[in-house]
Design a binder for this molecule. Structure first.
Ligand code: S3P
Length: 170
């Protein structure tokens, strides 16, 4: 089995569901944000604050490049990974399947209220930030996806079931 790559907006449950899938399928779990933090010794928030988004994207590209050389992994990709077309190309290299964990705008707005450590959601109007980002991102997620799984109302275990089923792994 090749890599399974989870993409989607912040708060859609990529890391939680990815860990469940990795446990069930006995695969290595990789989270691109965690890799960036490990490499730099800095939190995502600090990288954005001190070095800016552009630097963060550069680090993200490098991590994606490294991660993609591995196989049999469940990869949780940061929500902005779709901003780089080369990231998507790499994530699909070697037969990797990109799964878009889709949630409605309303659900994402709701979830965003509870998220911490997400500099792009800012300190002001979170709802407006989510809606603005989604305007640009929605299409990018859909275009990047090999498979789109709607996560509406699902708990993480159910979301993992749905992904397994769609990928024919159950
Ligand atoms: C980002 C999503 C975050 C993280 C960074 C930027 C984005 O990851 O990479 O804060 O641009 O959507 P999660 O999707 O895991 O929250």
């Amino acid at each position: 089995m090749k890599n399974i790559v989870l993409i989607g907006f912040m708060g859609s449950g990529k890391s939680t569901v990815g860990r469940i899938l990795a446990g069930r399928l006995e695969r290595r779990f990789v989270d691109t944000d965690a890799q960036i933090e490990e490499r730099t010794g800095k939190s995502i928030e600090r990288i954005f604050g001190e070095d800016g988004e552009e630097r963060f994207r550069e680090l993200e590209r490098r991590v994606v490049e490294t991660v993609c050389s591995g196989e049999q992994q469940i990869i949780s990709a940061g929500g902005g990974v779709v901003l780089g077309p080369e990231n998507i190309r790499r994530l699909k290299e070697g037969g990797g399947t990109v799964v878009y964990m889709r949630l409605s705008e309303e659900e994402l707005v709701e979830r965003a209220k509870r998220l911490r450590g997400r500099p792009l959601l800012g300190t002001g109007d979170r709802e407006a930030s989510v809606r603005d980002l989604l305007k640009v991102r929605k299409e990018l997620y859909e275009n990047a996806a090999d498979v789109i799984v709607d996560m509406r109302g699902m708990r993480p275990e159910q979301a993992a079931d749905a992904i397994e089923e769609r990928l024919g792994l159950d």
